[in-house]
Design a protein around this ligand. Structure first.
Ligand SMILES: Nc1ncnc2c1ncn2[C@@H]1O[C@H](COP(=O)(O)OP(=O)(O)OP(=O)(O)O)[C@@H](O)[C@H]1O
Ligand SMILES: [Mg+2]
Length: 404
């Protein structure tokens, strides 16, 4: 049995898919026909032509309903597959118009692939389909001990311009290396968010789409609204128009973060300065909060009073990570001074760095660039705090004194 089955009369698409699969493990078996079988079991019949590239031990993970099939037939067949083999991911090749997305979702189609997609996009989508297969197998396995909830890591600061977006985007890149395609960054600076610019993305969909009733009801629709970043994670960027942001409620944001935590290992949340209502809704869903301060007394004081209010409201997430950004030993302040002003120890200190300023302007986070820079080392240290093995290393205390 092959890992991928493709049904299509199009030899051109067959070649396209095989090119995309070349970097993945597993083989493709193509049924070159525009007729779908009545019974999915027919897909499992031994191939009449011996294909050495089709080892018997592979498990079927993805069925691709390619171009040249009637859409109605394809959707009907997808429904049958969903009932017979619920763990197999079905990919439909079609243009994803909103009406079709809904129909496809109801038929159990996991992904919609545009025929014009390039091999890299096809590959990412197939990887996603395989991950879905793996997660369905895991959840149907009786002995699973997984909680199924990912970490929600919010990046906050009372003051603007201290480096929240820089930290959030680098964190997404770093975590994407630990768990590829299992990370989603969300820009909750709804009015002036610049995650898209910091990641050089030109998103088709934004938070506005991700909170629509269709997306909030079904993870498949929500996934159709995510933007893939080439470094191996997803993004939901802020609305293009600040006016659209006014129509998004804190309840919708809370629900969106819950949905994402169900789907991803890590959800990274970039926020607007201060604590607007949407930020508070995010805070309630965060397992971890990264608090960012610059090296200035007013900023540190603002952070102290913000933390005090949140403590009174019992809104502080379980885990706190204090980051001192743009650290500079020549501004007449020591880490100890800042710690006593903030009222909490600093966990990570990131130096002022030209490489960071440059990376923002290029839209390539420092950790994506793999440039050797002292700031990159510190950002890497921040990423490691969220590594699944971090707590099991005895030398790693949650809070420990940093040196500038
Ligand atoms: N460690 C650093 N060294 C030098 N420049 C930095 C550093 N961290 C961030 N910057 C620069 O500071 C500017 C503001 O950073 P960023 O956009 O991440 O802040 P922010 O807190 O998200 O701002 P806002 O509150 O407006 O959303 C950017 O141009 C970025 O390149
Ligand atoms: Mg920002």
């Amino acid at each position: 049995m092959s890992r991928f089955i493709l049904i299509t009369p199009s030899t051109e698409f067959d070649a396209q898919l095989r090119q995309a699969v070349a970097g993945l493990q597993g083989s493709v078996r193509t049924f070159a026909t525009d007729m779908l079988p009545d019974d999915p079991q027919q897909l499992l019949a031994p191939s009449p032509v011996a294909t050495p590239a089709e080892p018997a031990a592979e498990m079927l993970e993805v069925v691709v309903l390619g171009p040249g099939l009637r859409v109605d037939d394809a959707l009907r067949f997808a429904t049958v597959l969903d009932v017979c083999w619920p763990e197999v991911s079905v990919v439909l090749v079609a243009e994803s118009e909103p009406s079709l997305v809904l129909q496809a979702m109801r038929s159990g189609v996991r992904e919609i692939l545009s025929q014009g997609s390039d091999p890299a996009q096809v590959r990412v989508l197939l990887e996603r389909a395989c991950q879905y297969h793996a997660s369905r197998r895991r959840t149907s396995a009786p002995a699973s001990s997984e909680t199924g909830r990912g970490k929600v890591i919010g990046v906050f600061s009372p003051k603007g311009g201290v480096g929240k977006t820089t930290i959030a985007t680098n964190l997404a890149v770093g975590l994407g290396r630990i768990t590829p395609m299992r990370v989603c960054i969300v820009d909750l600076d709804l009015q002036f968010g610049d995650v898209a610019s910091a990641l050089y993305l030109n998103p088709e969909h934004t938070v506005t789409d991700a909170v629509t009733p269709a997306a909030s009801r079904d993870p498949l629709v929500l996934k159709a609204f995510l933007t893939v970043h080439p470094a191996g994670f997803y993004a939901i960027c802020a609305p293009d128009n600040p006016v659209d942001a006014d129509n998004i409620t804190p309840e919708q944001i809370g629900h969106l973060l819950t949905q994402l935590a169900d789907e991803f290992d890590y959800v990274v949340v970039d926020t607007a300065p201060g604590l607007p209502e949407v930020g508070l809704a995010a805070l309630e869903k965060c397992t971890d909060a990264i608090w960012v301060s610059g090296m200035d007394v007013p900023g540190a004081r603002g952070l102290r009073s913000g933390l005090g209010i949140l403590r009174q409201l019992d809104l502080l997430p379980e885990n706190r990570h204090m980051v001192l950004n743009m650290a500079d030993s020549k501004v007449g302040l020591t880490v100890e001074d800042l710690e006593s002003t903030i009222g909490a120890p600093v966990d990570i200190s990131i130096p002022r760095s030209r490489a960071i300023a440059l990376s923002t302007n290029r839209g390539i986070p420092l950790l994506q660039d793999q440039r050797k820079d002292p700031a990159a080392k510190c950002l890497h240290g921040l990423v490691q705090r969220f590594h699944p093995d971090w707590h099991s290393t005895p030398a790693r205390k949650l809070h420990r004194r940093v040196v500038i």
